[in-house]
Design a protein around this ligand. Sequence first.
Ligand SMILES: [Zn+2]
Length: 111
Amino acid sequence: MDIKAIEATLKTRLVEKTEHLDKIKTSLRSPHSASFSEQAVERGSDDVKEQLEESIGAEIQLIKAALMRIEKGTYQECMSCGGEIRQKRLEALPYTSLCISCANGQGEQFA
Ligand SMILES: [Zn+2]
């Protein structure tokens, strides 16, 4: 797999995540039913949806940031030490912006 293939994967994932987020947002806006007990249940699931919305939103930001780095030609550059991020690592963790040694030192998200 080369960087172009990773870029294509990221773009596909960005579309999927954006669509998923739109669906969650639409269902969050749907009106609540009148009965009090049903409302309580629905409110509970709204909390779950809001958490999901937040985590998908965070993932979308990571994908966008990765695509931006590909565009700028800094995708394989570690944001922390400026060293090279191995391609194998990027294939496994396409959102990463840190080389393996910096990630190990920092407890990277999505590692
Ligand atoms: Zn590094």
